[in-house]
Every structure is written in structure tokens, then in C-alpha cells.
Design a protein around this ligand. Structure first.
Ligand code: IMP
Length: 192
């Protein structure tokens, strides 16, 4: 089955392809020649639907999109839906991580979670899938793999950050991994 994943992010594309496996031909936005899609909603669900709907409207193809937020308890849930531009428009992953470490300086409550919402539009109908992983924000960065906040996020029950783990382990417990598993189960059931 061929399906569009509405992202320019190659890390995410690789994660999703690894989880969905060879039965799915996943094409992303660069492969479609699609420009960046605005994310202007104030919820993860709204942004995911906005991106998926854009592809359906412009390319008339079945599509799914994700949106992810890091919610930090001591920061009242920030950066949340603004995780990508926490340190300002056009900022880098490193800018965001440094801002987070700065805001968390001296805080003893380090609890945080990643949440992902995936919006699928299949044959004109909308479906939503959610995934979550709980963990803690470290006081310094560890590891070089992954992307985004991975070097400072230690998932509960593990002693490696997402940036120290191999991709298979991250995918098996991560917010996006869990949401994609739900999507995969749905697509397999839907095919029957
Ligand atoms: P997006 O809008 O879904 O791309 O996610 C918002 C931001 O969350 C991204 O720019 C990353 O900084 C961060 N993010 C998303 N997924 C992950 C992940 O798996 N690990 C670490 N950071 C992530």
C-alpha cells in the first residue's frame, strides 16, 4: 500500500518506515515536491489534521501526519504544542534543548512526557491515533543519535536517553512508535 507521510523530517520518516515495514510504501513531502505546510493550530490534533488535510486537498492522495509535543510538569506543560519553536521561529534543535535546560535549572521535579497525535485521512475519512511516553529531563545532554529533545529525555525504566538508544529500542517505546503501531494495526484491519 502506498501512503503519504506529511513530513520533511527524515528522522521521522525513517522511524515510521521501520515500524510500518515493507508492506507500506511511505513517501514524504520532499518526495512529493510539497513545500513546508503551516502548523497554526493550538493543539497537536489540530496541527496533525491541518497537515494531512493540506496533502489531501493539493495532491488527492491518502495521507497521515503527526504532531508531537514535549510536556514538562515543572513548566506547566510547556513547551507542548510549541515544542518545535520553543526558542523562537527558525531555531535549531540545539537552541531548544539549551533553552529547556536553562528553564529547568535548579528544578527538582524533572517529570516530562512526549505526546504524539497522528491524523490519517483515508478515502476522505479522518482518524486519530495517540502515543505517549513518560520520562525525565536530565540536567545535561547525553548521546548523539536521534533528534530534537532526545539527548535530554530519559524514558522511565531505562538508563539510556533517546539519543543513546538504538533506533529499534526507541521505536518500541516512544510516543511516535506507539502512535504508529496503532496506525499500523488500523491499516491492517482496514485492508481485510
Ligand atoms: P513536530 O511538530 O511533530 O515536528 O515536533 C515538534 C518538536 O518536538 C520537534 O521539532 C522536535 O524538537 C520535538 N520532537 C518531536 N519528536 C521528537 C522525538 O522523537 N524526540 C525528540 N524530540 C522530538
Amino acid at each position: 500500500m502506498e501512503i503519504i507521510f506529511a513530513t520533511h523530517n527524515l528522522h521521522k520518516t525513517e522511524e515510521v518506515r521501520a515500524i510500518l515495514g515493507p508492506d507500506y510504501l511511505v513517501r514524504n513531502l520532499p518526495e512529493l515536491g510539497c513545500p513546508d505546510i503551516p502548523e497554526t493550530a493550538d493543539t497537536l490534533q489540530g496541527n496533525a489534521l491541518q497537515k494531512a488535510q493540506y496533502v489531501v486537498d493539493h495532491y488527492h492522495l491518502n495521507c497521515f501526519a503527526d504532531d508531537t509535543g514535549l510536556e514538562v510538569e515543572a513548566l506547566d506543560g510547556r513547551p507542548g504544542v510549541f515544542s518545535a519553536r520553543y526558542a523562537g521561529e527558525g531555531c535549531s534543535y540545539q537552541d531548544n534543548v539549551l533553552k529547556l535546560l536553562g528553564e529547568m535549572h535548579g528544578k527538582t521535579n524533572r517529570k516530562a512526557c512526549f505526546k504524539t497525535v497522528i491524523a490519517l485521512i483515508l478515502d476522505g475519512k479522518q482518524y486519530l491515533f495517540e502515543g505517549r511516553v513518560d520520562g525525565r529531563i536530565l540536567t545535561e545532554q547525553r548521546g548523539t543519535d536521534g533528534f530534537g529533545y532526545d539527548p535530554v529525555f530519559l524514558p522511565d525504566g531505562f538508563d539510556q536517553t533517546f539519543a543513546e538508544m538504538d533506533a529499534t529500542t526507541k521505536n518500541s517505546i516512544s510516543h511516535r512508535g506507539r502512535a504508529i503501531q496503532k496506525l499500523k494495526t488500523f491499516l491492517m484491519e482496514h485492508k481485510k
